[in-house]
Design a protein around this ligand. Sequence first.
Ligand code: FAD
Length: 444
Amino acid sequence: MTHDEKVRQLAASIRARAAEKGAPPAFQKASTPHLVPNPYARKNSRPTVNVAALDELLTIDAKKRIAVAESGLTFSDLVQATLKQGLLPCTVPELKGITVGGAVSGCSIEAMSYQYGGFHDSCLEYEVVTGTGEVLTLSPEQEPELFHLLHGSYGTLARLTKVTLKLLPAKPFVKMTYRRLATFGEFWSEMNAHCAKADCDFIDAIIHAKDSFVLCLGDFVDAAPFASRYDGLDLFYKSTREKTEDYLATYDYCFRYDTECHWLTATVPLLENRLVRRLAGKWFLGSTNLISWSNRLRGPLKLIKRRPDVVVDVFIPARRMEEFYAWYERDFDFYPLWIVPYRMKELYPWINPAHAERLGETLLIDCAIYGKPNGDPKLDYSELLERKVHELGGVKTLISRNHYDEATFWSIYDRERIARAKARLDPHNLFGDLYAKFAPENYR
Ligand SMILES: Cc1cc2nc3c(=O)[nH]c(=O)nc-3n(C[C@H](O)[C@H](O)[C@H](O)COP(=O)(O)OP(=O)(O)OC[C@H]3O[C@@H](n4cnc5c(N)ncnc54)[C@H](O)[C@@H]3O)c2cc1C
């Protein structure tokens, strides 16, 4: 089936759903979603629209360094194809199964984000199907406001079907240099110096413990004396604490966190044991396996009334980072903590102007907290973190639980602008409202 035929079919399904006027439909892609499974979500209560066919790479123009991809294409497939031509998307989320459409609609950052921002910052054009089944092309020239508001809309404005994105020249290997530092002050000033000089292709960091800060600096290289792999027995995140230097093939570098889903394997008994990995790795390792398993285990989690672990990315304005970290070390105390410097091209238009003023700058620090146990009946760490992020003028991504009440939520997101886009793209609210989609009552 051609791309246009697939889109026509999707538009017809959306029109049919719109005529039924029921609950917002769920879209079933070929790959596993990367929203933290919610034990309290009602299962199968929503009609499903199958969009699994929209997962192909349409074209790569190596001269112009531009690719055109269907929205359900995974980054693993996209990167394999672009690397054959010596190119790479400007931002490659680290998990293999994240899709091009999901990265635009949610949030996506990685070690090149200090230079290029989120994945959507390197996108040139979107094709979408609206809530009335209309097919539209959005670009910074044609429909700037709608184009920019698609990022961070989490599927509540339109269904993305095609994305045109910029590519950049890549080399076959990445050389890693690990700078091990003992205090936050040393770590912070060295990371800032590299960001200011832009003297590395890739910058991220792992705080392994209160006294173990590892700055991970990566550079493209044409040749490597060896190439390490972390898709089997060895654990990438642990290697950064032991080695001072390493080499990875560029594809393996892009997805270096995938096998452990960063370090979520550490939350599963024995999954970091080499024998268990050898015997059962193919069923349990990798972000797709791990997220699928946590989806299956939603029921038991609910039965034992255990809160899910804290799994979330929060963006902290760089100038408030020292304050955030002092609080984090004292009151939150969970390691490893993943740190990714992230420069927005401009303050995003979906941010409420008053909150944008509090945010106050375009350099953010993504702090990714993956797997803090949250079983204390008296203290919900997810709420605690959310409050701190708000106090510091930061933004919490919506990949997991949201506790903000409606007024606080809309003091962060720009309700007026989003409503304007909604009136054009989804006038009958087929895709649901952003606050309602993540309302706290959905998590109880
Ligand atoms: C454990 C974990 C680890 C993560 N690690 C990273 C990381 O290392 N780097 C990184 O950049 N990001 C990371 N993320 C965040 C991830 O990039 C976002 O959650 C992203 O939105 C997931 O994309 P997906 O393709 O899996 O989409 P889904 O999870 O299926 O959907 C995410 C949201 O986007 C909407 N959406 C998806 N596709 C479309 C479409 N075609 N049109 C309209 N709306 C759509 C959905 O409705 C949903 O609200 C992580 C998330 C989790 C849960």
